[in-house]
Design a protein around this ligand. Structure first.
Ligand code: ZN
Length: 125
C-alpha cells in the first residue's frame, strides 16, 4: 500500500520535473551588451539591435556615449577583437559602462567585422 501511494506521488513529480527541465533548455537566453551577464528573454530589452538587461537598458537610453576605439578584423586576423574585449573588461572593472557595436561586410571572399567600443561620457547620477 505504501509503495502504491509513493508511486502515485512520484510519477507526477517526474513528469513535472521533465516538463520543467525541457522548458528550461528551450528558454531563450542572451547576454547584456553592457554587463555581459546572461539573462532570460524576459529580462532583456532591445534597442538599436542590441540587447540589454533592464538596469543597463535605462543606462543605455539615458546616457551619452563616446567612441573609444574602432577596429577591423577578419577570420584570419582577429587579434584586435580580443584587445577590444580586454579594453571593455578593463572599463567594467572601473565600473564604467561600455559596449561593443559590430557590423559585418562581405569583401570578395572574406567577411570583415567592423567593431566599435563605446563608453559612457559621464556617469549617471
Ligand atoms: Zn546588463
Amino acid at each position: 500500500m505504501t509503495i502504491f501511494v509513493l508511486c502515485l506521488i512520484t510519477i507526477p513529480l517526474i513528469f513535472i520535473w521533465i516538463k520543467f527541465r525541457d522548458k528550461q533548455t528551450v528558454a531563450i537566453q542572451g547576454s547584456c551588451t553592457i554587463c555581459d551577464e546572461v539573462f532570460s528573454e524576459a529580462e532583456l530589452k532591445e534597442a538599436d539591435e542590441k540587447f540589454f538587461c533592464l538596469k543597463d537598458y535605462e543606462i543605455y537610453k539615458n546616457a551619452e556615449w563616446e567612441m573609444v576605439k574602432e577596429i577591423q578584423v577578419t577570420a584570419d586576423d582577429n587579434a584586435e577583437a580580443t584587445l577590444l574585449q580586454d579594453m571593455k573588461d578593463d572599463l567594467k572593472k572601473q565600473n564604467i559602462p561600455s559596449y561593443i557595436e559590430s557590423k559585418y561586410e562581405v569583401e570578395g571572399v572574406t567577411i570583415v567585422t567592423y567593431s566599435k567600443l563605446f563608453k559612457i561620457k559621464k556617469p549617471l547620477n
